[in-house]
Design a protein around this ligand. Structure first.
Ligand code: SAH
Length: 510
């Protein structure tokens, strides 16, 4: 590997970024900001797949964690990689689980960068040591229960319990949080008892904290090793020892949320998923954004607006593309003259409103067929000019044709599928249009089992596309709004109860 500065190339930079404990919502704002501008992303296995959506399209992604039997890239090679890419002038984000300096070997990487004169910046992260207990309802300190917290690794290079002064740890009388301690749980709990802690001291394991698979196994120093073993607790998990563990029974909060334990895939295009993802997270879901379609505006002459009695818009993208085209032609909204304006639903109506256009007609049921019927009933002079996607869905035009209504179509944008992007695991996919269904179908590998996941669709047309694409469990929203889509997701989750949901119960003492 080359590690020399190439002549004439400007120096790049490395950002050592804490990815947080697994829930993508726990990446910091600064972390997201630098990630979105990265040219190279080097990431570990503990980095939640939900963060992939923030990787810029076209950035080089280097997975240096171990997964599926592959070995991890050795630490020295990772360091050489960072140096190499930075010397080649690239903006490199080194994304590490939790906080980069808490048992994250961040310091070693900085030593390597310093040795080669590579500039760097550190973006701290939310550490699993505190976040995993917090999401299980365990405050690591609490008045009257613990006035200090100590984060300790339970792992040594050769896999044994580290030779530390357990008597000193026992005397601290604070909360002890052990990382990398699943394998050593038995030895660890016995050593703490030998060192003078009461066997009845509360102790817990929090597995995959902050994610949909979060699980709390709580007991005492005497009972935890067996409880964890029989529950099959696996890494990553933190072990928490101290009185504060008992608070989980009352402070556990996640299980009460209707989508807790459900991994939801949001398939909307980049930049359009924000509100939906937020509503889903409010309901407790672990959300991964997977923009399986992208839209690109089509350039071309402005269609002749003169003669149109109605102009119809069927998506927010169409509205934005229309105003883009208008502006690039050096025109403005006055071009619409006396044409009346129709929108397929509230999101499109609101987009038009933001551009200063009041909507004259919006159907009660937000789909193409109803829009067409409504327009056909309201025809006066002139025809209907529809601003749509290239190869938009046929429902709208079929009804207009059947009703003998004159119309023209102007294709303003094209939908592209995001083939090749790595697909995160999920229990449920949300589809806000038939094209997102087709987009996801184009992205999943051959033979991918569609019966394992729920498809939640914004309307009948989308549901038909989902059934047609082989999804067996399809739920349809009661109306075509994001609110109704989230309600449908909650309905689907409570009727099916995927495994993930039974993993979890707040404050559970096993
Ligand atoms: N820098 C990381 C820790 C890296 S060491 C941080 O600040 O979180 C890896 C250990 O972190 C794991 O063995 C486990 O003990 C803990 N860990 C990481 N993610 C976790 C999660 N989501 N839930 C529970 N423990 C986690």
């Amino acid at each position: 590997m080359r590690s020399e500065r190439r002549k004439g190339e400007p120096m790049g930079k490395v950002w050592l970024v804490g990815a947080g404990p697994g829930d993508p919502g726990l990446l910091t704002l600064r972390g997201r900001e630098v990630l979105e501008r990265a040219e190279v992303v080097v990431f570990d296995r503990l980095v939640g797949a939900g963060l992939f959506a923030f990787f810029p399209e076209g950035a080089e992604r280097l997975d240096v964690g171990k997964e599926g039997g592959r070995h991890p890239v050795p630490q020295r090679e990772i360091e050489a990689l960072l140096v190499d890419r930075a010397l080649a002038g690239r903006r490199v984000v080194r994304l590490k689980g939790g906080d980069p300096f808490l048992f994250g070997r961040g310091g070693e990487e900085i030593e390597a960068l310093l040795a080669h004169g590579v500039p760097f910046e550190v973006v701290p992260g939310v550490t699993s040591a505190f976040a995993a207990p917090a999401c299980a309802g365990i405050p690591v300190t609490h008045r009257g229960a613990a006035s200090s917290v100590h984060v300790v690794t339970a792992h040594t290079r050769d896999g044994d319990l580290p030779d530390r002064d357990f008597e000193a740890l026992a005397r601290l009388d604070g909360t002890l949080v052990f990382l990398m301690g699943v394998g050593a749980a038995g030895a660890l709990c016995s050593r703490l008892v030998e060192a003078g802690m009461a066997p009845s001291t509360p102790a817990a394991a929090v597995e995959r904290g902050t994610t949909a698979h979060q699980r709390l196994v709580a007991g005492t120093l005497a009972s935890l090793p067996e409880l964890a073993r029989s529950a099959g607790v696996r890494p990553p998990a933190v072990l928490v020892v101290g009185e504060v563990v008992e608070l989980a029974e009352r402070f556990g909060w996640r299980g009460a949320l209707p989508l807790s334990g459900v991994r939801v895939l949001v398939t909307r295009p980049r930049g359009r998923a924000g509100r939906l993802s937020r509503m889903l997270r409010d309901a407790g879901a672990e959300v991964a954004e997977f923009p399986c379609i992208a839209t690109e505006p089509l350039t071309g002459p402005l269609p002749l607006l003169e003669g149109a009695g109605w102009v119809g818009f069927t998506s927010v993208t169409g509205v934005e593309a229309f105003f883009g085209l208008l502006a690039s032609a050096g025109r403005d909204v006055r071009e619409l003259g006396s044409a009346r304006v129709a929108a397929i639903g509230p999101a499109t109506r609101d987009a038009l409103r933001r551009h200063g256009l009041r909507v004259d007609y919006m159907p009660d049921v937000y789909d193409g067929a109803h829009l067409a019927e409504g327009l056909a009933d309201r025809m006066g002079t002139g025809d209907i000019l529809l601003f749509r996607a290239e190869s938009g869905s046929p429902e709208l035009t079929e009804v207009l044709r059947a009703r003998g209504v004159p119309f023209r179509e102007a294709a303003l944008y094209r939908t592209r599928y995001a083939r090749g992007a790595p697909l995160p695991d999920f229990d449920m996919a949300l589809f806000s249009s038939a094209s997102t269904v087709r987009g996801l179908a184009a992205c999943v590998p051959d033979g991918w089992d569609r019966s394992r996941v729920q498809a939640v669709c914004i309307g009948e047309q989308t549901a038909r596309a989902a059934a047609g694409a082989g999804f067996a469990n399809v739920t349809t929203a009661s109306s075509a709004t994001l609110e109704a889509l989230v309600e449908a997701a909650i309905r689907a989750a409570s009727s099916s109860c995927p495994d993930a949901r039974t993993h979890w119960s707040p404050g559970q003492r096993m």
